[in-house]
Design a protein around this ligand. Structure first.
Ligand code: PLP
Length: 631
């Protein structure tokens, strides 16, 4: 927890030499997204391997705060480390040996995956502790790793049922792990899920009553909606790892395609820049020689930091350019050739000038959120998968846990200049941003501003409902606010006030959703509501690809994360900014550990810290809004 700060990744990047910046707001976003897909199922957040390199206690707390129900690890030792960190949530651990500390697991309430061989040792531990072990029986339905095969299953079930009768065991769950879920459509997945169904029937017949049957990993969950019957995949619970970290398990889909935000940014400050002539050799073995006079930049991250040694050619983003790693990656460092850069936004290759485009101390990003190279790019260069790239970042690289003020800045730095230059450690980005904000204000100066302080989700909803009374077809509403601020709640109120069909949810997956006016509602014949999430749309050009113009005149259009992207659609608009009221004033509480913890636990509407009021500021721009609406 000590590493959690209230600063943006940008601020951290400017201050530290080398780090893996982990954005806990992105983790929370991902958890909410996965929960939405899981449609009410129990979410087991898999935080094994130090949360795939992201920092297990920090990620676990963020995931739980965002609504995950349970944690998963491979080893009991990893589960116990979570307990040591003060985390009391249910944890399931599933990979054991005869040396596993089952006594501590049972004593400290760690649930155990049981394949068969470890059962007697677990029963001994339960006997000694005087408490039943809570277990999930594991079926090997075709992966060929852990778990009882279908042949071994009846015997395992019988032993478990006897032990349960003796009070030594509680069989809470039954699970299996999928082999090819990352290739949706492969028949083996259906076969595995069918085997699980049979195994559950056998267990029930033997008198067991498991309340948690689970199979889906991240690819399983993300592809469930494409199955004829998603329930067959989703069962009672899903065990997701990779998705928490905002990475895609599919070769042909990016995190943004899936509505996920990559949480880790691996970055360092450039250690050296120098001019070299044509023919200069680079790094051990001199496997690379420059073909013209150029500049080389030295990045202080190497294979001892977990950067794959074989990843020569992988991209590094510095300033406005992306440059390939040239020559061998060494233990501590790697080199990029500045004559071989591409423009970070357009991808066009650049001519090298006589002056270097990069200076010592500049921010070099190996991989991170959209707009930076991705963990998948590094995986491709290294002949591996993104899972391995993030997981192998070594303890030598300090983790910096941050909660980015706005995830949009993390997710969509491509075109960040358009959004106020929030990204990239270039020249005085803050100053640039301020100048641009001023420009924007000149172009469409707000006529007035109303501020309200809803204290509960109900009040937020009521505020939306009240505003709807002033809206008519053709109105454009830009809705800004960090994740969890209450944007969806507000929009639900708008929808109720407009009398449109219900079911308004956060729209990220579909980008845009139209809610038709209800003939039996309060305003039959009124406008439909078009609900848009511009979160993944980096620029105004991206917005044009979703054809909002078609419905703009006849509907009320609400665009979440819309500021900086949709102003060109209409000269008049309402801008609604939601923030946590407290965010404005310095909070002494947030400066101590308890305050930071409270922030992590925070969820709108769950009482306690979550009941913190929001500040809603409504501003009107353009002739349509010369007068404020009645609120
Ligand atoms: C690692 C693991 C998961 C999580 O897999 P992802 O693809 O990262 O979601 C789930 N279940 C088991 C048994 C695992 O070992």
């Amino acid at each position: 927890m000590v590493g959690v700060s209230e600063t943006t990744p940008q601020q951290n990047r400017q201050s530290s030499e080398r780090s893996a910046v982990v954005d806990l707001a992105a983790v929370e976003h991902n958890v909410r997204r996965l929960l939405e897909l899981a449609r009410g199922r129990t979410l087991i957040a898999v935080v094994k391997a130090d949360a795939y390199g992201h920092g297990a206690p920090e990620v676990a707390r963020a995931a739980l705060a965002a609504g995950a129900h349970m944690l998963g690890t491979a080893h009991v030792a990893e589960a116990l480390a979570l307990r040591d960190a003060g985390i009391t949530a249910p944890v399931l651990a599933w990979l054991h040996t005869p040396s596993t500390d089952f006594a501590s697991a049972v004593a400290r309430g760690v649930r155990l995956g049981i394949s068969g061989g470890e059962l007697d040792a677990v029963l001994d531990a339960a006997r000694a502790a005087g408490t039943p072990a809570v277990v999930h029986l594991k079926l090997d339905s075709g992966l060929g790793r852990n778990g009882a095969t279908e042949q071994q299953w009846p015997e395992l079930v019988a032993r478990a049922a006897r032990a349960q009768d003796e009070g030594l065991l509680t069989v809470e769950g039954i699970f299996t792990h999928l082999a090819v879920a990352d290739e949706p459509g492969r028949p083996e997945t259906t076969e595995q899920l069918d085997a699980l169904t049979r195994a559950v029937a056998v267990a029930r017949a033997a008198g067991l009553a498991p309340r948690m049957v689970h199979a889906a990993n991240t690819p399983g969950l993300l592809s469930a909606q494409d199955l004829p019957d998603p329930d067959v995949m989703l069962r009672d619970a899903v065990r997701v790892g990779l998705g928490l970290y905002g990475l895609s398990p599919f070769a042909d889909r990016t995190p943004a395609d899936l509505g996920l935000a990559p949480a880790m940014t691996l970055r360092a400050r450039v250690a050296n820049v120098k001019a070299v002539p044509a023919g200069a050799g680079v790094s051990y073995g001199l496997t690379y020689r420059t073909d013209a006079p150029t500049h080389l930049a030295l990045v202080p991250l190497g294979y001892a930091d977990g950067v794959p040694r074989v990843a020569t050619g992988a991209p590094v983003h510095i300033g406005t350019g992306v440059y390939p790693v040239v020559g061998r990656i060494a233990m501590d460092q790697c080199v990029v050739d500045l004559s071989r850069g591409r423009d970070a936004v357009t991808g066009e290759s650049r001519k090298a000038g006589s002056e270097p485009t990069v200076r010592i101390g500049d921010e070099a990003v190996l991989f991170g959120a959209a707009g930076h190279p991705s963990a998948a790019d590094w995986a491709d260069a290294a002949g591996t998968i993104n899972y391995e790239v993030v997981t192998r970042i070594s303890p030598r690289v300090p983790r910096e846990h941050v909660r980015a003020a706005e995830v949009s800045g993390v997710v969509a730095p491509r075109g960040a200049e358009d959004q106020g230059g929030r990204e990239h450690g270039g020249d005085a980005p803050a100053a640039q941003g301020a100048a641009r904000d001023e420009d924007a204000e000149q172009a469409g100066r707000p006529e007035w501003a109303l501020t309200r302080h809803p204290g509960t989700p109900e009040e937020m909803r009521a505020l939306g409902e009240a505003l709807a009374g002033s809206l008519r077809a053709g109105d454009l509403v830009l809705l800004n606010g960090e994740l969890g601020a209450g944007k969806t709640t507000f929009t639900q109120g708008l929808g109720a006030g407009l009398g449109v069909r219900e079911g308004i949810i956060s729209p990220t997956f579909v980008l845009t959703r139209r809610h038709p006016n209800r003939t039996d509602g309060p305003h039959p014949g009124g406008p439909d509501l078009v609900h848009v999430d511009a979160y993944r749309l980096a620029t105004a050009e991206d917005v044009d690809t979703i054809d909002l113009e078609d419905t703009l005149d006849t509907c009320v259009t609400v665009v979440e994360w819309g500021t900086g992207k949709v102003e060109h659609l209409s000269p008049s608009r309402l801008v609604v900014d939601i923030d946590r009221a407290r965010g404005a004033a310095a909070t002494p509480a947030a400066e101590d550990l308890a305050g930071v913890l409270a922030d992590l636990d925070e969820q709108w509407g769950d009482g306690g810290a979550g009941s913190e009021p929001r500040r809603v500021t409504v501003r009107g721009v353009g002739p349509r809004w010369s007068e404020p609406p009645a609120l």
